[in-house]
Design a binder for this molecule. Structure first.
Ligand SMILES: Nc1ncnc2c1ncn2[C@@H]1O[C@H](COP(=O)(O)OP(=O)(O)OP(=O)(O)O)[C@@H](O)[C@H]1O
Length: 228
């Protein structure tokens, strides 16, 4: 569950990227965050994983109130969130296997469990045969599938993706969407910022639309609005 209560975010340059965001996303929902460039989509998403802090208001991620979270609770919060970026952010000197395993090592899993989990998620994204490759030996779509494998290796309840199909051709983007929809069908909440009106119109899910730092639409099973 993700809950925003009267959240405002003003950057130091006085730009208000979030103005009174109050929204609730239940466990298991699939939500697109749409809106023009500079609307505040990334800011909304970054506040969910504490990359940005609100100027005022409350954000709750499952049982964690982010403004009250204590240092020792942060690894537990991190475990509940898987994050996927447009530019993948894979570690270039590590193999595919090591990139995914790294996400598990930081929460102190046993080596045999790490092996099994990495294998399971690489199978899920269809890249078990690339375990020993390095990121620069993979296509953009493959790198994004690895990034998703890394994000879901901890079996987080929530996956947050900022433009996960942004750099990919339509077929490859469709493959990424298939994976996100599959993990959503297994119960994972997916929140995805996107400019891709084709995807939003074809694969109907809840849409939260942001414009100029305001949530202007929150629509279940809605496509893009006319001005996108
Ligand atoms: N660190 C920052 N410091 C100052 N202003 C910022 C910062 N990050 C974002 N902004 C501003 O806040 C507004 C919202 O930016 P944000 O990145 O959230 O938009 P967006 O909808 O994700 O855009 P895009 O689709 O282009 O990624 C923009 O006007 C942006 O210039």
């Amino acid at each position: 569950m993700i809950e925003f209560k009267h959240v405002f975010k003003k950057y130091t340059n006085d730009i208000e990227a979030a103005s009174d965001f109050s929204i609730k996303i239940d466990q298991g929902e699939f939500v697109y965050v749409v809106g023009p460039s500079g609307a505040g989509k990334s800011t909304f998403i970054k506040m969910m994983y504490r990359e940005e802090k609100p100027t005022s208001g409350q954000i709750k991620i499952n049982e964690f109130e982010l403004d009250k979270i204590k240092g020792h609770e942060i690894p537990y919060l991190r475990r509940e969130l898987g994050i996927v970026f447009q530019d993948f952010k894979l570690l270039p000197k590590m193999t595919v296997f090591e990139n995914v395993a790294y996400a598990l090592q930081v929460i102190e899993k046993q080596p045999t469990e790490i092996q099994q989990r990495v294998k399971r998620v690489l199978d899920l994204v269809g890249l078990a045969d690339k375990a020993d490759a390095f990121p620069n030996q993979l296509s953009g779509g493959e790198q994004q599938r690895i990034a998703i494998a890394r994000a879901i290796a901890n079996q987080p309840g929530i996956v947050i993706a900022d433009e996960p199909t942004g750099n990919l051709d339509p077929d490859t983007a469709g493959g990424i969407m298939d994976i996100l929809e599959e993990i959503n069908q297994q119960g994972t909440t997916v929140v995805m910022a996107t400019h891709n009106s084709g995807i939003v119109n074809q694969r109907k899910h809840r849409v939260i639309e942001i414009e100029d730092g305001h949530i202007i639409r929150d629509q279940r099973k809605g496509g893009f609005s006319k001005n996108e």
